[in-house]
Design a protein around this ligand. Structure first.
Ligand SMILES: [Zn+2]
Length: 378
């Protein structure tokens, strides 16, 4: 393999090296830390990044753990690690690049990069992304909300390589969306056909250890799949692909009191939250429209009208069959060979409210898979 260099960071076979990507602006010099882990064996080159949005802390934590746990001896190929892309935003706990207040994840592949955020995006695109075969960009759901861990993909038809990475990453949920002009994942695929998987883990400017572990497992799954690491891939038996349009929106502004926790199962008609408007002294109970599993929750209690309070992955029971509404269920058992399949967490939680014989502490995977199959014929 030829030597890889990213900014001042030189890859050296069998070593972990560090350096910086430097961007010279008129007023200041920006330094983005870069690490390269160069495996003792040859293989693909991939990047793992986080902190594109300066107020998203979980990705940074995941990337740090990955950097610490992967050794050159265990790696085939090269891993470029960028723990915080938007260094200035991170310093100020801001989503955007403070110099021009723009979202860095809308500035990729611009024709004539001039502004601070365009120049940072350009440097990352050309120095990191372009030198890699694929990448994983870690985000979290922002300061005000938290979502169950999930990956985000472009149209599965148009970008099947990204969809493939999302299956292997192995979260229960996958969000499919068109994406917006200037997003890293869109532009890397459009310009260079480099698949970049966007993952969203945790939120609320707080590190969530259990979700961080899911992120680490997902990244390792992908690296194992790409034959960069040894090990077993661990994915759920079924995954749900949804588009993110089905949030319950606040009917008026007020104080939101959420009664459930992220990942909880709810029955139809169950009160999920109450909303109180102190100015007009009115209160409303917000009930689940269908049974399902709560996959996003607002963490900030003050809410404005039309903001999303929470989202539920709804299910519907037809005779003896259960199916997800507004989400496509995909089965992994037949499709993916030589991997471990585990029961889907959202299904486990959900089925427990329908079937008292369905036990959450039942550790016999085969047994649980049979039960899941019974409900989810397809
Ligand atoms: Zn983000």
């Amino acid at each position: 393999m030829e030597n890889l260099q990213v900014g001042s960071c030189k890859g050296v076979k069998g070593e972990k090296t560090k350096g910086h990507l430097e961007i010279n602006l008129d007023s200041l010099k920006i330094k983005i830390p870069v690490f390269i882990i160069s495996g003792v064996k040859d293989g693909p080159t991939a990047f793992i990044s986080a902190g594109m949005h300066g107020d998203e802390v979980n990705g940074i934590h995941i990337v740090k753990k990955i950097k610490e746990s992967i050794t050159p001896e265990s790696l085939s190929g090269r891993l470029v690690i960028v723990p915080v892309v938007n260094t200035l935003g991170f310093k100020e706990s801001k989503r955007t690049v403070p110099l021009d207040d723009q979202d860095l994840n809308r500035q990729f592949n611009k024709n004539n990069p001039k502004t601070a955020s365009e120049l940072i995006a350009h440097a990352f695109f050309e120095e990191v992304v372009r030198k890699c075969d694929f990448g994983i960009d870690c985000h979290d759901s922002n300061a005000e909300n938290i979502l169950l861990p999930h990956s985000r993909v472009l149209s599965r038809k148009e970008a099947p390589e990204i969809a493939e990475l999302s299956r292997i990453f192995g979260t229960d949920l996958i969000l499919e969306r068109e994406g917006k002009e200037g997003m890293l994942a869109i532009e890397a695929y459009r310009e260079y056909k480099i698949p970049v998987l966007t993952v969203e883990i945790g939120g609320g400017v707080k590190v969530w250890d259990k979700y961080v572990l899911e992120g680490i497992r997902g990244i390792k799954n992908v690296l194992i799949y790409k034959k960069m690491l040894n090990g077993l891939i661990d994915v759920p038996i079924r995954q749900f692909v949804l588009d993110y349009r089905y949030g319950y929106k606040a009917p008026f502004s007020g104080i939101l009191d959420v009664k459930i926790e992220l990942g909880d199962a709810v029955n139809e008609g169950e009160i999920i939250a109450t909303l109180y408007d102190p100015e007009n002294d009115r209160e409303k109970e917000i009930k689940a429209e269908h049974p399902g599993v709560v996959f996003s929750v607002r963490l900030k209690s003050k809410i404005d009208a039309d903001e999303v309070m929470f989202s539920v992955l709804h299910f519907k029971q037809d005779k003896n069959e259960m199916h997800a509404l507004n989400a496509e269920m995909i089965l992994n058992k037949e499709v993916l060979q030589s991997i471990i399949v585990r029961p889907t967490k959202v299904l486990d939680t959900f089925l427990a409210i329908f079937d008292s014989s369905y036990s959450l502490i039942d550790n016999v995977i085969g047994d649980r898979l049979e039960k899941i199959k019974k409900y989810f014929k397809k």
